[in-house]
Design a protein around this ligand. Structure first.
Ligand code: ZN
Length: 152
């Protein structure tokens, strides 16, 4: 990874940690699910309003480390207004990004903001922090009504 992406990673994480987007509750919700990362202590709730297969509104609540919060914040901005299918495609891209080999070429251009999470691979113990919001989103959409834990 080059230093430019590394700096961008730090900046984006700090920015979203300080000013999380879509943080709090939403007035109407169709889905709500808690996610827990016991390794770090991150505990977040994803709230969704899905109508006609479109994510009309989304928010997250809870407490976690900077990476889990920034990841949740960025996730909400990326999937808001998207169809469920589009959101799941973004989920797949993100998942591939942070689980692929260090040496693998990543097409960061198509990924936009989530490309900065390639930086998380330098800190393997933090991958679950970055993953938490995304897995919680997926499970909420699939209506799995139990607490999501990344500790699998
Ligand atoms: Zn964490």
């Amino acid at each position: 990874m080059d230093n430019e992406l590394d700096d961008l990673y730090q900046q984006v994480i700090l920015d979203h940690n300080k000013n999380p987007r879509n943080f709090g509750s939403i007035p109407i919700k169709t889905h709500s699910l808690k996610g827990h990362n016991p390794l770090c202590g991150d505990l977040i709730t994803i709230n969704l309003l899905i109508e006609n297969d479109v994510i009309k509104d989304i928010s997250f609540e809870g407490n976690g480390c900077a990476i889990s919060k920034a990841s949740a914040s960025i996730m909400t901005t990326l999937v808001k207004g998207k169809t469920v299918q589009e959101a799941m495609e973004i989920f797949d891209q993100f998942h591939e990004l942070i689980t692929s080999d260090m040496d693998e070429e990543i097409d960061t251009e198509n990924l936009g903001k989530i490309a900065v999470f390639a930086g998380v691979k330098q800190y393997p113990s933090r991958i679950k922090c970055a993953n938490l919001a995304w897995h919680t989103l997926k499970n909420a959409i699939e209506n799995k009504n139990s607490v999501v834990t990344t500790d699998k």
